[in-house]
Design a protein around this ligand. Structure first.
Ligand SMILES: C[S@@+](CC[C@H](N)C(=O)[O-])C[C@H]1O[C@@H](n2cnc3c(N)ncnc32)[C@H](O)[C@@H]1O
Length: 239
């Protein structure tokens, strides 16, 4: 599949499951997803934040407690589901903007921090998206990535694989009435770079001082790096 084909495939897939996305997210993660997003958001500096691949906006909403936030995604059907949540919670400091993560329509150094949760794995050109996040963040700002990982403990991993490769696709398919997305999920996680490889990808994209935190037995990992200003002409570092 070419990068262009992957992009279209991913966009159509999320458009197709958008209405069931939140429900399945909470169900299949046994509500752990809320804690994972909260932890990732806690690694952001305060200020002006972009949530890339925001989907239905849960990270943007979490980040809006302390920040002004842009929720951006290239899938209109996903992003439009953020708006009613903002209205219901009377949140005024989040703006939704349809944007491609590989080509963000913001000037260098616009934001204090950029975050992507469960999105980077789905992007066709991961390095381009990481470079874009680095570009739009000011010098000294943070880039935070929350993504699924493979647990390192062998015993736990065998139970987890059974759930992840057998149960999750079955439940996902029954509820979303589509086979593809919930087979794509474990397949894309298996194909995603290992922790150290991903750290190298972040560094290649110009992000510095990268560290990572495994959560929930290493089911997910939060990567945190800093913009060293090489691609940025933004404000002075406030740290
Ligand atoms: C698994 S969802 C994650 C949504 C949300 N961040 C969350 O925590 O639930 C992945 C999202 O990435 C978006 N996405 C994938 N590739 C993208 C790209 N190149 N540009 C913008 N959004 C993209 C999809 O449209 C989808 O909404």
């Amino acid at each position: 599949m070419s990068q262009l084909q992957k992009k279209e495939y991913v966009r159509n897939m999320f458009a197709g499951i958008s209405k069931r996305y939140d429900f399945l997210n909470h169900l299949l993660s046994l509500e752990k997803d809320k804690y994972w997003r909260r932890f990732a958001v806690s690694k952001l500096p305060r200020g002006y934040i972009i949530d890339v691949c925001s989907g239905t906006g849960d990270v943007a909403i979490e980040a809006s407690k302390n920040n002004r936030v842009i929720a951006s995604d290239f899938c209109y059907e996903m992003l439009q589901l953020c708006r009613p949540k903002l209205e219901k919670k009377d949140i005024k400091n989040v703006s939704c903007i349809q944007n491609d993560a590989e080509n963000l329509s913001f000037k260098d150094g616009t934001f204090d921090g950029a975050i992507v949760a469960f999105g980077i794995r789905n992007v066709a050109d991961i390095k381009k998206a990481l470079s874009e996040m680095n570009r739009v963040v000011r010098k000294g700002g943070n880039i935070v990535i929350l993504e699924f990982s493979l647990p390192e403990n062998k015993v736990f991993r065998s139970f987890y694989y059974f759930y992840f490769k057998k149960i999750l696709p079955l439940v996902g398919a029954i509820i979303s009435k589509r086979d593809d997305p919930y087979n794509y999920l474990p397949a894309s996680v298996m194909a995603f770079p290992k922790r150290n490889e991903f750290v190298e990808l972040m560094k290649d994209a110009g992000i510095s001082h990268v560290e990572y935190f495994d959560l929930t037995f290493g089911i997910v990992t939060v990567y945190v790096g800093h913009c060293n200003g090489e691609n940025s002409v933004g404000k002075e570092c406030v740290f």
